[in-house]
Design a protein around this ligand. Structure first.
Ligand code: TIU
Length: 229
């Protein structure tokens, strides 16, 4: 009996304090590890960003993804993007700023941030298995206008291991949405990245401050240790 319990629960060393989780009620959610954000010629670069800043998250995410697959944990990948006719893209988003190319414009990886285009796809290193869930989202948060709530509720998920890009934009927005819906979010610091290192740090600090106002922050090594990999 004790052995069976050990296999389904774990304690993750984190800030502001360690957190015990039932792995069967825990999902790994990987936010927007798409070519549009990670590679030259995509949405991220059109906004004027240095996309090489995000590469550091790939290995830590890959390590946790492998462990989650081995454990049989629910894995959810998200992708930010819009329908080809832009009907789900608010004008206020499309018109924002002065990017080199706008959402929907043709770029070197297909139309910028459009579903079905090469740039919209997840990077090869972290490509979803057929058995894994991919949630397409039009916004920064993974709950807004998606089926994510239903997916988590149906599977009895209470805890989310969160990683991906970018720390202060889609990761933070998703964590805030999830926290309000009652999920415990454990954010994997080295599995997240930002075009702005200072925003990465601030984004993580905002989550774990005030006793973990939005959630917990840990790193990939601590998650792997808790998973006993
Ligand atoms: N621009 C930026 O930092 N991020 C986004 O637009 N989307 C995500 O974070 N996925």
């Amino acid at each position: 009996m004790a052995d069976a319990k050990q296999a389904t629960t774990g304690t993750i060393a984190a800030e502001p304090g360690s957190i015990a989780v039932d792995w069967s009620a825990t999902a790994l959610i990987i936010i927007d590890m798409q070519r549009d954000f990670m590679e030259p010629g995509g949405f991220g670069e059109t906004l004027g960003n240095d996309v090489s800043q995000l590469a550091r998250a790939v290995k830590p995410v890959g390590a946790v993804l492998s462990a989650a697959r081995e454990m049989g944990m629910l894995v959810i990948h998200t992708r930010e993007g819009h329908l080809p006719d832009l009907s789900d893209a608010p004008r206020a988003k499309v018109e924002r700023g002065a990017p080199a190319l706008r959402i929907g414009d043709p770029g070197p990886m297909g139309r910028i941030l459009i579903r079905g285009e090469a740039g919209h796809d997840i990077i090869p290193e972290l490509y979803p298995l057929d058995s894994e869930i991919v949630v397409d989202k039009p916004g920064k948060g993974a709950f807004y206008a998606t089926e994510l709530s239903d997916i988590l509720t149906k599977r009895g998920i209470e805890n989310l291991l969160v990683c991906g890009v970018t720390t202060e934009v889609c990761v933070n927005t998703t964590v805030r949405e999830a926290n309000d819906r009652g999920y415990r979010c454990v954010v994997i610091s080295d599995g997240c990245a930002s075009y702005f290192p200072e925003f990465h740090e601030a984004g993580l600090n905002m989550i774990k401050a005030q006793g973990g106002i939005f959630g917990w922050v840990t790193d990939s090594a601590a998650v792997l240790k808790a998973m006993q990999v």
